[in-house]
Design a protein around this ligand. Structure first.
Ligand code: GTP
Ligand code: MG
Length: 579
């Protein structure tokens, strides 16, 4: 890679034309249970011949820790390239051409304002030899920055790459709209099936996760021009088990991997690096992000709309990665957030009901405008996940352990203190033994809504470290303690209006599930061609729930009695209320 950190060029303004694109993946039948299953080299092998790519196959990754899985995925990403391909291209011909440079383990295609291939070589030698053969573009009337990345373009140069009917097939993989999702769910036969269907429809696919790690690794190449030993890691919903197609890419630039940072000073004669001295760690973070942000804007192909938000509580660089369509947030010195992601991931793997309920609650909140991609006074997905975790900790017997219990099970190698906060928790899942709890998801969902429709938010704070509520230490309307930073409220942005909307929707949703919403209307399933009547969780995603809860619109309407509103709601769902 060429390091030209000092050069400054005129950045072309592509931001205006940038939109978050959807991925259209090949082989999307295999849905990834985020990190539950990973690819084995033998299963993934495509071979050196020009065979068509095999869909990604997977196996159980039981027993691997969060960090091991991250490292394995990053290592595969470092052996991969992202190639823009002509649209009328034969998969077979592309593979035949690329396999001249090295054995290809895996490849898949997607569409994001053009066709792209993600190609994983068996070793980095494949990339070196491909780089050796690649040329820099020679564009008339324009200049290009000679930064050699792993984002490449396959030029046909007059060669016919099409292959009749077997030309490259891009299978669209779009996130369903809420209306389409409601229709799909309405056709299921039980609430449990609906919850599984919702999760498998929305969750990240194998290919989408592989692409996320590849983008992470491409960005590391840019940051590595300044700090060759740095690492960029993924956190947030890309890796915590609750990621939904289209979710943002949360990235953490880790400088602790720069050797010599945490080495104890030896006694006797020694050498030390001369470094710039600045006022605080926060200033270091701001400087590092500022320069890496500049590098992304000036040199990194595909990175557009770079914004440096350095004065935030957690400084970050926000940008779009155009070839993948990901909206990226790059932070540094954010190890606690990494730990929160590991905690959610671990909890998501303990019981499959956890993921289904979190996916449902996140989807329900989004459908009713309780959450938004724009920052504001509304609750975040992270806080919603914490609400579900807390609720599951309070069941009898508990479905999830508390963070204190996870700390008690930790081995000495799990010990972790970040900025004075004890973030220790067990990494070996097999050590976690819980008493069996067989409550159906339908019951849990209904009781989740009931729990939060009557929770004393005015006095109490939610604490998943202890798995119990406590008196609020401050006056914020909603107080959810950060599991790893005692005293920090992760929902302090939420105002009273937003909390009231949440509570009202919980109340109406609980009522609906308790009074017939959970019963499939006769004739719903099996009527060929007929539009299914939304019922169960499909009904909970309908706008009429918000209307019944009186949380839609700003105009104050005279409130009807609850029973009247519910009656109207049930009528609007085209089904009779049970007396
Ligand atoms: P979506 O992006 O909405 O799908 O969910 P997400 O879980 O990725 O949330 P977000 O992108 O807002 O934040 C990324 C991660 O940062 C979360 O998963 C948490 O680990 C962490 N995080 C978010 N909010 C807070 C907060 O208020 N305090 C702390 N310490 N960490 C937070
Ligand atoms: Mg996120």
């Amino acid at each position: 890679m060429t390091s030209r950190a000092g050069a400054v060029i005129q950045a072309s303004d592509m931001a205006a034309s940038m939109g978050v694109s959807r991925l259209h993946m090949r082989g999307n039948g295999q849905l990834l249970k985020c990190f539950r299953r990973i690819l084995t080299p033998s299963q993934r092998r495509v071979g050196t011949s020009a065979e068509a790519c095999q869909p990604l196959t997977v196996h159980q990754d039981a027993g691997k820790s969060f960090l091991t899985l991250q490292e394995e995925s990053l290592e595969r990403a470092e052996r991969s390239v992202l190639i823009s391909c002509p649209s009328k291209t034969s998969e077979k011909k592309i593979l035949k051409f690329l396999s001249k440079y090295g054995t290809i383990n895996n490849c898949f295609f997607y569409d994001s304002y053009g066709s792209y291939a993600v190609v994983e070589f068996a070793s980095r030698d494949g990339i070196s030899s491909l780089h050796g053969a690649a040329s820099l573009p020679n564009i008339q009337h324009e200049a290009s920055v000679p930064f050699k990345s792993r984002l490449l373009t396959l030029k046909s140069n007059g060669v016919d790459l099409s292959d009749g009917p077997t030309s490259l097939k891009l299978q669209p993989q779009t996130s369903l709209s809420v209306n389409e999702l409601i229709q799909r769910l309405a056709k299921e036969e039980s609430i449990d099936q609906q919850l599984h269907s919702l999760t498998s429809t929305l969750e990240l696919t194998n290919e989408n996760i592989a692409l996320r790690f590849l983008v992470c690794s491409l960005l590391k190449d840019v940051a590595g021009a300044f700090f060759p030993e740095c690492t960029i890691r993924l956190f947030g919903s890309s890796v915590n088990g609750f990621g939904k197609l289209g979710c943002d890419l949360d990235l953490f630039l880790d400088l602790d991997t720069v050797s010599g940072r945490s080495i104890k000073r030896p006694s006797g004669l020694a050498v030390e690096y001369q470094t710039k001295r600045v006022a605080s760690e926060r200033t270091v973070t701001q400087s590092v992000l500022s320069v890496v942000g500049e590098g992304l804007e000036q040199f990194a192909p595909g990175c557009v709309g770079v914004q440096k938000i350095l004065n935030a509580r957690c400084p970050l660089v926000r940008f779009s990665h155009q070839p993948s369509g990901f909206q990226c947030d790059l932070t540094a010195n954010n190890r606690v957030a990494m730990k929160s992601s590991e905690l959610l991931w671990l909890l998501s793997r303990l019981d499959e009901r956890v993921r289904c309920l979190v996916f449902m609650v996140r989807c329900w909140a989004r459908a009713h405008g309780l959450t938004s991609s724009i920052p504001g006074a509304w609750i975040t997905n992270f806080s919603l996940s914490t609400l579900v975790v807390f609720f599951l900790q309070t069941r009898s017997p508990p479905i999830l352990p508390t963070l204190e219990q996870l700390r008690e099970l930790a081995s000495p190698a799990d010990k972790c203190v970040i900025e004075g906060n004890d973030c220790t928790m067990v990494s070996d899942l097999s050590k976690i033994q819980l008493k069996p709890n067989t409550e159906p998801m339908e019951t849990l969902l209904q009781e989740f809504f009931e729990f939060y429709s009557t929770f004393a938010f005015n006095r109490m704070s939610i604490n998943i470290r202890k798995g119990m509520h406590q008196h609020k230490p401050e006056a914020a309307p909603l107080h959810i303690q950060n599991p790893f930073e005692a005293g920090h409220n992760v929902s302090k942005n939420v105002n009273t209006t937003q909390l009231e909307r949440l509570v009202a929707l919980c109340r109406e949703s609980a009522w609906l599930l308790a009074h017939g919403g959970g019963t499939i209307p006769p004739g719903t399933v099996g009527a060929a061609g007929a539009k299914a009547v939304p019922w169960g969780i499909a009904a909970l995603l309908m706008p009429s729930v918000a209307e019944a809860a009186g949380v839609k619109g700003r105009k104050k309407k005279k409130r009807e009695p609850a029973s009247e509103r519910i009656k109207n709601l049930l009528q609007s769902l085209n089904k009779p209320a049970r007396k």
